[in-house]
Design a protein around this ligand. Structure first.
Ligand code: MD3
Ligand code: FE
Length: 203
């Protein structure tokens, strides 16, 4: 089903459940080419989330800052192409969420292990904020924090479960957000982990 979180944000609960096996298969093929890694923030902290990317551009952070680039700094090669099944799901769900013309050129793959979290932040390294971001959650559940337009705005908590897809556009696009610490658990498809895929238009 379909619920609005706020203006611009739509949750499609379970929209990726049917395709979850195929999506995780595609994710594992990406990871085999461009491995998961814990990147360093410009401030020198190592992120608790392990990440990789696929598509024309990938998001990276290091001492130089945050940016999108077309090569994976670990392999020195272009990022793996975006698998068809990932692209198709992102486009279909974006259309259901009100963005029929969305064509992502980047997909970030976040892998959370017990203890991993992501602090409140904005996604603002993309060129054009009129494009939405589509997020797909796979595996263990994790509590998402949805804040306001300022970091100090008190965030609300939304549990994100296996197969949930959220389309974040319009007024929601620059809202602060994060996820609380992942708890221990076991999921038949992902084991002790939660994967989150975010589809973006970087350029
Ligand atoms: C709201 N990922 O990769 S997904 C990220 O669960 C990120 O891995 C989280 O935040 C995760 O940048 C949250 C939900 C999400 C993603 C992007 C958004 C919510 C968003 C962009 C704008 C507003
Ligand atoms: Fe984000």
């Amino acid at each position: 089903h379909f619920e609005a979180i706020c203006e611009g944000a739509v949750v499609l609960r379970g929209a990726a459940v049917r395709d979850a096996d195929a999506l995780m298969g595609a994710v594992r093929r990406v990871i085999a080419e461009s491995p998961l890694r814990r990147m360093k923030t410009p401030g020198g902290h190592t992120m608790s989330v392990a990440m990789t990317c696929c598509g024309q551009y990938g998001w990276v952070t290091d001492a130089q800052g945050y940016r999108y680039q077309s090569e994976d700094p670990v392999t020195g090669k272009p990022w793996p192409a975006m698998p068809e099944e990932l692209l198709r799901l992102a486009r279909e769900t974006a259309a259901r969420g009100g963005f029929p013309d969305f064509v992502p050129d980047a997909c970030l793959i976040n892998c959370y292990e017990p203890g991993s979290r992501m602090g409140l932040h904005q996604d603002k390294d993309e060129q054009d904020f009129s494009h939405p971001i589509v997020s797909v959650s796979l595996g263990l559940p994790q509590i998402f924090q949805f804040g306001g337009d300022a970091r100090s705005d008190c965030p609300s908590k939304i549990p994100l479960q296996h197969g949930d897809v959220v389309v974040w556009g319009g007024a929601a696009r620059l809202r602060y957000h994060g996820v609380l610490t992942l708890k221990h658990g076991h999921h038949p498809l992902t084991g002790a982990y939660r994967y989150n895929l975010t589809f973006r238009r970087a350029r």
